[in-house]
Design a protein around this ligand. Structure first.
Ligand SMILES: [Zn+2]
Length: 251
């Protein structure tokens, strides 16, 4: 059975129990990290996972709260003697900057670095990202301050479907990504440009006929305000859950 583990649930400002938003998709053969923040190795270890088992990384967009942990993760994999290849997926805009960032670390001069294969995705709707026995992943551009993607993940073994909005204003792309999913993980940063409020997340979930809504990327700890679940309930009649770090969703 495949599962998705929430490794962080906070907006850009983490608090003690809420790391920046990122997650890992775990199947029988593949383990896919969605964004790499802070030090993902610690988060994966706390979730009972070994970072060397990662096969793929999807980088949604080049904001620090989604990508800043990538150089450290790659360096630590190299220090542990990794030899097997690692696939990294993202938009051209994103991966150009990821390679530039690694260039500042002069990583091409690090001896015996394991193969890293970059897959540059076109900014078009329902772009295939990964298709394996465990899951089928598609990406669509969403409406953020910089180029960004949301994801739709299908789990063939259970016939379940999940969508992840990533950071976005309400838009047709995120609605279509989320159509008829069993689980929609939607951001709830607030009603501001490039983001969505919990009320807006509920509207998307309702229009998409999602069965269950998880709110993520919301203000946490001492920065928390309001009651995101109650706010989303004003627009979405289904089950709503506030995503928390280390929640595990089974598919
Ligand atoms: Zn962002």
């Amino acid at each position: 059975m495949s599962k998705v583990i929430i490794l962080g649930s906070s907006n850009a400002i983490p608090t003690r129990d809420h790391e920046n938003t990122h997650m890992v998709i775990v199947g029988n053969d593949r383990m896919v990290l969605v964004d790499s923040v802070s030090n993902p190795i610690l988060r994966l270890e706390q979730a009972g996972l070994d970072f060397n088992d990662l096969t793929d990384i999807i980088v949604t967009h080049f904001h620090p709260d989604h990508v800043s942990g990538l150089p450290l993760l790659l360096m630590d994999m190299w220090l542990m003697g990794r030899q097997k290849p690692l696939n990294i997926y993202g938009l051209h805009y994103t991966l150009d900057r990821v390679e530039g960032m690694m260039g500042f670390y002069n990583w091409s001069a690090w001896p015996n670095f394991f193969p890293v294969v970059f897959y540059r995705l076109p900014a078009s709707e329902m772009t295939p990202v990964l298709n394996c026995d465990d899951f089928i992943i598609h990406a669509s551009p969403v409406n953020h301050m910089i180029p960004n993607i949301g994801l739709r993940i299908e789990f063939p073994q259970s016939a379940k479907k999940m969508a992840y909005s990533c950071d976005t204003e309400p838009c047709g792309e995120v609605l279509r990504l989320s159509t008829d999913v069993d689980v929609l993980i939607h951001e709830a940063t607030g009603d501001e440009p490039g983001h969505s409020s919990a009320v807006q997340a509920g509207e998307i979930a309702k229009q998409a006929k999602a069965k269950k809504l998880y709110l993520i990327h919301y203000p946490t700890g001492r920065f928390a305000n309001g009651d995101p679940v109650a706010e989303a309930q004003t627009t979405f009649p289904g089950e709503i859950i506030l995503a928390k770090d280390f929640m595990s969703l089974e598919f």
